[in-house]
Design a protein around this ligand. Structure first.
Ligand SMILES: [Zn+2]
Length: 413
């Protein structure tokens, strides 16, 4: 049997790097504030570049601010194997979201160096620019430009609340870093694998250390407007009322009942509900509410989505209703071949692994548009995420890294 890099994954090194990275942008409550293209983001990138350069990996930025560390293969013109995640966080984010996937990829590359395992293909670590979308919206900006989902020009002109654009923040960030080579967007990708915390409670509850992500759930959103008529709360008889609130709440109840499933896979949320005039003694004349509907299966999501307007129409009573669909993002199914490799690597290492959908969006979902992609999940405590109390266990981080290292190696060998 040939040697694999997993046996050279160094838990102590991973732990030390995790602690060093967590110190950058650290908050008093134990999380991190490392928003995209901030001073803390630049510091984190500098740390990563230093670690990679010490092992002979080549650092480069592309024009969207994605950072790459390349371990060059013996056939450098072959499409690369890529792995990574993001260094940016929410303003009161956790230490693991994104950071884990970047450090797991670095450790995998270092394990290959330590094991002196040459690969045919180059392997690139990537830290995507602005995954979180908190300072600059929307998120997953860097991967979206690389995958051709958004243009570079569209991205560079986005401004934060202070009016600072991505373009100027990126320029400032690059000035703080050692001069890096600029790389083009066009480099073909043989496969992309991202390790990440689950950001949900499933693995922890089942006591399973790893997940292989089958799909990222799709999301459809709506705005519903219910129009009735304002009237005096004391004098208007029931037969003459056109109460927009009663109609709207009936719609919400009917939608919730119709869309619920035994497996708890459909996610239906009415997060905003606005009543006009919102006065105690006036029958409401207008209600506007939001619908956020998610499911990992595109066909089923579309079928559920198609039921929203008819249900609202059926429950409108004497009011008028309009339903506008705002977002229709289909689910993303990950590549069967990459999933199979993740399974095989986990089985070979005797680590239990569960097939599961991702309920949150990830750069891997964007990259899957242009290359075979996959994800490895590790458990996180109580599914708490985008929160300073986010937590994962080092043995799980090591398991995920060992599987990642072998998957990357077999893809690049
Ligand atoms: Zn993330």
């Amino acid at each position: 049997m040939s040697a694999l890099p997993s046996s050279h994954v160094d838990a102590g090194r991973l732990q030390r790097r995790f602690e060093a990275l967590s110190a950058i942008g650290a908050t008093a409550a134990g999380g991190v504030d490392r928003q995209a293209l901030s001073a803390a983001d630049a510091q984190a990138q500098a740390l990563l570049i230093g670690w990679g350069s010490a092992r002979g990996f080549t650092a480069a930025h592309d024009a969207a601010g994605n950072l790459f560390l390349r371990r060059t293969g013996t056939h450098p013109l072959e499409p690369v194997v890529m792995s990574g995640s993001h260094l940016d966080s929410q303003p009161t984010g956790g230490r693991y979201d994104g950071a884990y996937g970047v450090l797991a990829a670095l450790e995998a590359l270092e394990a290959m160096e330590d094991a002196q395992l040459a690969c045919s293909r180059s392997i690139e670590l990537v830290a995507w620019m602005n995954e979180e979308g908190s300072r600059f919206a929307p998120g997953m900006m860097g991967s979206a430009v690389l995958a051709g989902v958004r243009t570079l020009a569209q991205t560079l002109c986005v401004a934060d609340v202070r009016g600072v654009t991505v373009e100027s923040a990126l320029r400032a960030l690059k000035q703080t870093l050692p001069a890096l080579a600029d790389r083009p967007f066009s480099a073909p990708i043989h496969a992309y694998v991202e390790a990440h915390i689950e950001q949900g409670p499933v693995l922890e509850r089942l006591g399973i250390p790893l997940g292989v992500v089958t799909a990222i759930q799709g999301k459809h959103t709506f705005r519903v407007d219910v129009h009735g008529e304002a009237a005096h709360a004391g004098t208007a008889p029931r037969s003459q009322r056109r109460d927009a609130l009663l109609a709207a709440t009936a719609m919400v109840q009917a939608l919730s009942a119709a869309l619920e499933d035994d497996r708890d896979e459909v996610k239906f949320t009415v997060g905003r509900f606005t009543v006009t005039p919102n006065a105690p003694s006036v029958v409401p004349r207008h209600v506007s509410f939001s619908i956020d509907l998610r499911h990992p299966d595109t066909e089923l999501l579309r079928a559920l989505s198609a039921r929203v307007a008819p249900i609202c129409e059926a429950m409108r009573g004497s009011c008028e209703v309009s339903v506008e669909r705002l977002v229709a993002a289909d689910a993303v199914a990950f590549d069967a071949g990459v999933r199979e490799r993740i399974h095989a690597a986990a089985t070979h290492l005797d680590v239990q692994i569960l097939d599961m959908p991702s309920l949150a969006g990830h750069d891997a979902g964007i990259v899957s548009r242009i290359a075979p992609a996959g994800m490895i999940f590790i458990p996180c405590r109580e599914g708490i995420t985008h929160h300073e109390e986010e937590s994962a266990q080092m043995p799980h981080m090591v398991d995920g890294t060992r599987v990642l290292a072998d998957v990357l190696y077999t893809l690049a060998r």
